[in-house]
Write a protein that binds this ligand. Structure first.
Ligand code: PLP
Length: 391
């Protein structure tokens, strides 16, 4: 890295994202070609120096890949983190944190959260020896009652949480968690670093299903972790990633970097549209309830106003008058919205969520989850309105 590529000031997140800048990704103009886009490094092995050293810092593809490092540097810069890791999926990122604990450790998670992780926590993680307690994470008194000083090692929060968009006050949770000696990890997939930076609110680790907003184009499966400090838990996660091979390929890392360049623009557009849709759908005769943190009626609205800067995110859910059958029929009638799982892409998605969540899900059967993309919000509303009225 040449000295003239160092920033002369603290750039905003929007600038960091657009230029794909991070502490180690700074000024990634390829010296040989002067290309403004860095090359993709695909090599799985590297030449050893004649004196038996590896001065490049690269030995083998599982631990070492420059394109992956660049993606990590951008995520660390966006989250204001000491370090970041990119892994093979959101689930591999989340489980990497739990697998860095020890059998017998107590962990606390939310009742409302990404269903697959909750399912893993109460089945495999419990079998592996973690003592798992699930609580209503919007209720700080419930969290305070659940943590066990000296025994609880990790508290997991998702905010806003799938699919009810429940809010957790990260700063207040961090105070409770740290008083017990535990760590606080936040799944910030739906808030994104554009709207909330959990480490600034006192979290120790932030996690992303990078498959969603960070990539933003529904063409990469990846996960990310970022840490406030490289402590013992983090070092264990880093070691496990290499030895267990929880890695992402360089082509996915490249697509992730490319997606992140427009992250702030996409998230701002999706948030503005989601808010408009939430307000219009709240007045719709076929909608029983709209769940969106940006609505004053949402129980997490006050926390969201404090914790989310510049918008309330692109995710909302609606409960359809007429119950489950009416919800499924509505999803069947849309044309513009895509009937698919996942979220955070440029295209808007609609999903009857209870059909995909397993036993123990808090998702009501009449709920449709909406991931707002970047299309015109008038078109998105017209499509939903037509489908709802026909139902
Ligand atoms: N966390 C949240 C909030 C998610 O929505 C998802 C996926 O939908 C995940 C984690 C898991 O991510 P992945 O599908 O990349 O494993």
């Amino acid at each position: 890295m040449s000295a003239d590529t160092r920033p002369s000031r603290n750039w905003t997140r929007r600038t960091l994202a657009a230029q794909a800048l991070g502490p180690q990704a700074l000024g990634r103009v390829d010296e040989a070609t002067r290309a403004v886009v860095p090359p993709v490094h695909v090599a799985t092995t590297f030449i050893r120096d004649p004196d038996n050293q590896y001065r490049s810092g690269n030995i083998y593809g599982r631990p070492h890949n420059e394109t992956v490092r660049q993606a990590e540097a951008v995520i660390a810069a966006l989250e204001g983190a000491a370090a970041a890791l990119v892994l093979g999926s959101g689930m591999s990122a989340a489980t990497a944190v739990f697998l860095a604990l020890s059998p017998g450790d107590h962990v606390v998670g939310p009742k409302v959260m990404y269903w697959s992780l909750r399912n893993w926590l109460v089945t495999e993680a419990a079998r592996w020896g973690l003592d798992v307690t699930l609580v209503d994470m919007s209720d700080l008194a419930a969290l305070r009652a659940a943590v066990r000083p000296g025994a609880t090692r990790l508290v997991w929060v998702e905010t806003p949480a799938n699919p009810l968009w429940t809010l957790t006050d990260i700063a207040a949770a961090a105070e409770i968690v740290h008083a017990t000696g535990a760590k606080l990890a936040v799944d910030s997939t739906c808030a994104t670093p554009v709207l909330t930076r959990p480490l600034e609110h006192g979290a120790d680790i932030v996690m992303h299903a990078a498959t969603k907003y960070l990539n933003g184009h529904s063409d990469v499966v990846a996960g990310a972790l970022a840490t406030a400090r490289p402590d013992a838990l983090w070092e264990r996660i880093v070691r496990n990633r290499v030895t267990l091979g929880q890695i992402v390929g360089p082509l996915e890392a490249f697509l992730l970097i490319r997606g992140m360049r427009t992250l702030p623009l996409r998230v701002q557009a999706a948030s503005a549209s989601a808010k408009e849709l939430a307000e219009r759908l709240a007045r719709h005769p076929s909608v029983a309830e709209v769940l969106y943190p940006g609505l004053p009626s949402h129980p997490g609205h006050d926390v969201a106003r404090r914790q989310m800067a510049g918008g309330f995110g692109g995710m909302l859910s609606i409960r359809v008058q007429g119950g489950e059958a009416a919800a499924i029929a509505t999803a069947a009638r849309v044309e513009l919205w895509k009937r698919a799982t996942s979220l955070g892409g440029v295209e808007s998605l609609i999903e009857h969520r209870a059909s995909i969540e397993g036993a123990g899900s808090p998702c009501p059967p009449d709920l449709l989850r909406l991931s707002t993309g970047i299309e015109d919000p008038d078109d998105l509303f017209a499509d939903l309105d037509r489908a709802l009225r026909k139902t």
